[in-house]
Design a protein. Structure first.
Lengths: 203, 218
């Protein structure tokens, strides 16, 4: 076969001509590959969103914190049941829950689910982002600062580099012994910023 | 961290991801070198073509694993894939996948330049540890760590799928788009009136200099 290529290459290699037909280059096929639906924006540039609030300490949680350092309560930081495609009353935990609890226990933190007898369905989510389980800590002194403990656990779980550069979603509560309020920190954004906010989460 | 040999080191996990990508890059390079040697010895045989095209998957996967982990190695994998694509196109020819009058881009080289992946959202009803195969709540292993050479992850064995999202960096690096339709109208516009739907369409993408990868999410 002694013809030239019909495409933009104008090559003369016979093997390229075993099937007849015009060529399509970047102008068509290549450019088309660049088209993709966009339905999930991962924002790694904006500053972290950090909020503090307080709520009453439910007696059940207070009772659990008599014997534990921390309890895990249902919920996924920053997510509503509707946004997750769940029924409103459906209680779920982030897929990191089991591992974060193991890491906290490595650090000698006694942590359990608030309701150990209930089912604990886990939800896994999208991309290289990390949703951390909602935890409430009892604080008995500076050495047991909730934010420090959880920040250390996250770094141990993900590794320093991944923890700093990933997007983190955290909701963390702390209760000072003898008090009836939970102080909350909720933080979403670049890991380094979220971890800094957690370490600064002190009275 | 415990001194117990069963407890993996965190930095090992990061290294493991890069090592996986680096291994795939090396395998892909060796694959394309084998193809080139076969062409040199016996010409563009079907066997040589199969070898060359198998390198595409390895090199694309190398890009997936190295993305955001090691930018220099990612770029090496990217360039190796472009070179493999150019060699294959010049030696064997390339065509859009065609079924009747419908066309699709299925080439790993072209698709690898679109840095979009997929991640699922799901309720995990049952899962097991990839190290010991017990339920994660019943085992001592922690996801993301290496235990005696085995990467600890959670294998979902029963779940309820909620949605699949397009993301810039999927949790599973190789969860990528495997085919994209090419509208006939776009082909008609690019190829002119001499082309009619149903004709083969040769793809010359890899004969032009690479214009870089597309990252819709930056």
């Amino acid at each position: 076969m002694a013809s030239v290529c019909a495409g933009a290459c104008r090559c003369a290699h016979p093997a390229t001509h075993r099937r007849a037909g015009p060529a399509v280059g970047r102008a068509a096929a290549g450019a088309l590959v660049g088209k993709a639906a966009q339905n999930w924006m991962v924002d790694t540039e904006s500053p972290a969103r950090i909020e503090r609030s307080s709520t009453d300490l439910p007696p059940r949680v207070g009772a659990r914190l008599e014997t534990l350092d921390a309890v895990i309560v249902p919920g996924v930081p920053g997510m509503t049941a509707e946004r997750m495609g769940l029924e409103p009353e459906e209680a779920v935990f982030p897929s990191t829950t089991t591992d974060v609890m193991k890491v906290l226990r490595e650090q000698s933190v006694q942590v359990e689910f608030e309701d150990p007898d209930a089912a604990h369905p886990l939800i896994t989510h999208k991309a290289a982002e990390y949703w951390i389980p909602v935890a409430i800590f009892i604080e008995t002194g500076a050495a047991h600062a909730a934010g420090d403990l959880m920040a250390r656990a996250i770094v141990s779980f993900l590794g320093r580099r991944r923890a700093d550069k990933s997007l983190l979603h955290v909701k963390l509560g702390r209760v000072t012994r003898g008090r009836t309020k939970i102080e909350w920190l909720e933080a979403h954004g670049k890991g380094a910023d979220v971890l800094k906010a957690m370490r600064e989460f002190r009275e | 961290m415990s001194d117990d040999a069963q407890v993996g080191a965190l930095e090992d996990a990061d290294d493991w991801i890069v090592k996986t990508g680096r291994d795939k890059l090396e395998q892909g390079r060796e694959q394309i070198q084998r193809a080139e040697a076969m062409v040199t010895q016996a010409g563009p045989t079907p066997g040589a073509e199969a070898e060359a095209r198998a390198a595409f998957d390895l090199l694309r996967s190398a890009m997936n694993w190295l993305e955001e982990e090691d930018s220099a190695l990612f770029e090496e994998a990217h360039q190796a894939l472009d070179a493999a694509g150019a060699f294959t196109r010049r030696t064997f020819g390339c065509w859009l996948h065609q079924e009747g009058t419908s066309y699709e881009q299925r080439c790993p080289v072209a698709l690898a330049h679109n840095r979009v992946g997929m991640s699922l959202a799901a309720i995990i009803e049952k899962s097991e540890c990839t190290v010991c195969h017990l339920a994660p709540e019943d085992c001592p292993h922690i996801a993301g760590r290496i235990y005696e050479g085995v990467f600890c992850a959670r294998l979902i064995t029963q779940g309820r799928l909620l949605e699949i999202s397009f993301v810039g960096r999927p949790a599973q690096p190789d969860a990528r788009i495997e085919r994209m339709s090419v509208p006939v109208a776009d082909l008609q516009q690019a190829l002119g009136p001499g082309w009619v739907p149903g004709m083969d369409v040769s793809c010359d993408r890899c004969l032009s200099p690479c214009r870089g990868v597309s990252r819709p999410w930056g």
